[in-house]
Design a protein around this ligand. Structure first.
Ligand code: SF4
Length: 345
């Protein structure tokens, strides 16, 4: 069990669902673009939104966003504790402090006291990139834990408990090791992520492994997927990770086969088209697992755990529910017909 932390109106900890955090990537000076990005992130499922606050000119974005965004907003602060003070004063729901680059103990104490008075959450966030020396994976993981816990002592001295901790490395194994060690030494909520993961596919694989392995061990209470890509995709990947591990449910899972030389239809196109149409529907009464299989030989068997599905033959598909064959759908209008069946449960 972890302690409970609170970022705005969102509670985090082992008693609560694993939360998804998003990050704004557009330039803060382009207010229209930044508001659109925040609204899109919120709509996609970001429960908390982080903003990189580089200087005091960035802080003004808070009031502008607060008019339209209900997700708690967190200021990501480096180097300058005064910026943290101003961000808390302005009303950010949380701040992230990096113990590797904010060292002024008196300044940090001031920040903690202000955060306590304003009920602002503090994430103690350490990234591997903050270490100047090259260290072995084990040494790096242990150094990350040590630095985080030393900083936590400062917070605890001020009787401040609204804390989460993140230890992120660009190396998956180091991230896993650091968080395993951390979880044995603390009961504050842990924020998971693999940092600087690279471009889209490689980044997804690293994030899924780093975050997924830890979640599967019961470690982690909030996560942020980090990709050199669109911020919305980060939320989609986060949702897929949580759903694949049965930790949260967001939308129907499509079970589709890889296709092989038995496939007689353009299954990849069909599945993508179906997915798009499904996305436009409300999720509330839809089956949780929908199968679209490439052949009648193995399709129904392979997808018997789906709530509803189709298995293609030549110019037709058989429709099955819970593994039982119901009827044949003809080629014309097949996707529409199947969608109707899906909507009827
Ligand atoms: S379900 Fe049929 S078409 Fe799809 S991969 Fe399996 S054998 Fe091939």
């Amino acid at each position: 069990m972890t302690k409970i932390a609170k970022i705005g109106n969102i509670k985090i900890g082992s008693e609560y669902p694993i939360r998804i955090k998003g990050m704004l990537k557009k330039n803060l000076t382009d207010r229209e673009a930044i508001l659109k990005e925040a609204l899109d992130l919120e709509k996609e499922g970001a429960e908390i939104i982080r903003i990189a606050v580089k200087d005091r000119n960035n802080i003004g974005i808070l009031n502008y966003l607060k008019k339209s965004i209900s997700a708690p907003l967190v200021a990501d602060i480096h180097f300058n504790y005064k910026l943290a003070l101003e961000s808390i004063e302005a009303g950010f729901d949380g701040i992230r402090l990096n113990p590797l680059n904010i060292k002024d103990t008196n300044g940090i104490r001031e920040v903690i006291r202000k955060a306590k008075a304003k009920k602002t959450h503090i994430r103690v966030g350490i990234n591997s990139g903050g270490f100047k020396k090259r260290l072995s994976k084990e040494k790096l993981a242990n150094e990350m834990v040590k630095n985080a816990l030393e900083f936590i002592k400062l917070l605890e001295k001020e009787k401040f408990q609204n804390i989460s901790i993140s230890l992120k490395a660009s190396d998956v194994n180091t991230t896993i090791l650091a968080n395993r060690i951390l979880s044995k030494k603390t009961d504050y909520p842990i924020h998971l992520g693999v940092t600087a993961t690279g471009t889209f596919l490689e980044g997804i694989v690293k994030s899924v492994l780093g975050i997924g392995i830890l979640l599967n061990e019961g470690i982690g209470n909030i996560l942020r997927v980090s990709l050199t890509s669109d911020s919305i995709l980060e939320i989609k990947v986060a949702k897929f990770i949580l759903q694949a591990l049965n930790l949260r449910y967001f939308s129907p899972e499509i079970i589709s086969c890889p296709t092989c030389s038995r496939t007689q239809v353009d299954l990849i196109r069909i599945v993508n088209e179906f997915q798009k149409k499904l996305n436009s529907l409300s999720n509330s009464n839809l089956p949780k697992k929908i199968a679209i299989m490439g052949c009648e030989v193995n399709g129904p068997g392979e997808a018997s755990f789906a709530d509803i599905g189709i298995a293609f033959g030549n110019k037709r598909a058989i429709l099955f529910k819970k593994g039982k064959i119901l009827r044949v759908l003809k080629e014309d209008n097949l996707i529409e017909e199947f969608l109707k069946e899906v909507c009827n449960g």
